[in-house]
Design a protein around this ligand. Structure first.
Ligand code: ADP
Ligand code: MG
Length: 305
């Protein structure tokens, strides 16, 4: 008994002087549920700082807020901070890499479909033609937030973390036993996960799908990933694309862009790239994964270089 009490006291002392505490918190931001899990001596404080970062990033980049940077840019204003300038520049560079499949200026189309205010409608062709060119960073901001979170976690005394930023998974650090983080890929039809991907260390696993935001009218589903060439929901034969990448912003931009490209173009894009892997679910339910994607738990066809 005495030995046991001594053990408990020693453990408590160890914990006070640097035990890794696991804390979990759910926040609602960017129109989605986010789950923040952090391990570390000061995990609670780190989590609070993460929540503040998420809220600030949302306020800064919301396309619906006139006072956000996006709101002010769309009203003809200029970018004021270096951070904002850097984000916009990187979004532009990545957009160029995708040959415009990711277009950070299709806010006019998004508005025409009613995705901002929830007043969903199928716009006339004329309305799309006349839609103004407006900034919308909705396809990149969660990945950017993940990237900002990684920078913040690096400055804090955190051992490891896994953040679910509404379908954007950002891992930070290695698990205690050095086993990979195992991340479920959502089934576009709902229900259980389709399969899992394994990643080691700090990585982003980001999914874009037609099931995340959509409305139905006269039996047709209209989702929120638009083809910049038509201003209409991309009909590329895909239901979802998951991108696995060391950089959260790149992962987010590419998941949206690859969805627009469709399987064939996206596979070629991957063959020309070195910095990401991807998993595709087609509208016939077939699953494809690039050869480095470390997908398991389901049957799939490998996309080779
Ligand atoms: P989610 O935000 O659901 O995680 P995405 O990352 O794919 O999914 O982002 C979709 C959002 O990106 C849309 O709501 C819209 O704001 C914007 N968007 C839609 N189509 C495009 C596109 N082709 N290029 C850039 N942004 C897009
Ligand atoms: Mg995206």
């Amino acid at each position: 008994m005495k030995k046991w009490i001594c053990g408990m006291v020693a453990l408590a002392f160890l914990c006070l002087s640097g035990c890794s505490v696991h804390t979990q918190k759910t926040v609602f931001a960017m129109d989605t549920v986010m789950d923040l899990q952090v391990w570390g001596k000061d995990s609670e404080a780190a989590q609070q700082k993460l929540a503040v970062l998420i809220e600030e990033t949302e306020n800064t980049w919301s396309a619906m807020d006139r006072n956000s940077i996006v709101g002010r840019l769309n009203a003809g204003g200029a970018v004021v901070s270096q951070d904002a300038h850097d984000f916009l520049q990187r979004a532009e560079e990545l957009s160029k890499r995708t040959k415009g499949a990711f277009d950070p200026r299709l806010g006019g189309y998004i508005r025409a479909w009613g995705f901002y205010d929830g007043a969903y409608r199928v716009p006339e062709e004329a309305a799309l033609q006349q839609a103004p060119v407006q900034w919308d960073l909705g396809g990149a901001v969660k990945g950017y937030t993940g990237q900002q979170a990684v920078q913040l976690l690096e400055t804090l005394r955190v051992d490891r973390a896994i953040l679910n930023l509404g379908g954007n998974i950002q891992t930070y650090g290695e698990k205690k036993d050095h086993s990979p983080w195992v991340i479920g890929i959502q089934n576009p039809d709902g229900g259980n996960y389709l399969g899992t991907v394994s990643v080691v260390g700090t990585m982003a696993v980001v999914t874009s799908g037609d099931y995340q935001r959509f409305f139905e009218k006269d039996g047709t589903r209209y989702h929120h990933i638009l083809d910049p060439e038509t201003g209409r929901p991309a009909q590329s034969g895909l239901r979802s694309v998951t991108v696995i990448c060391a950089d959260g912003l790149t992962a987010d931009v590419f998941s949206t862009a690859l969805f627009v490209m469709g399987l064939e173009k996206a596979s070629d894009f991957w063959r020309q790239s070195e910095d990401f892997e991807a998993v595709f679910v087609t509208d016939t339910g077939k699953i494809y994964a690039t050869q480095g994607a470390a997908l398991s738990g389901c049957e799939y066809e490998v996309i080779a270089r």
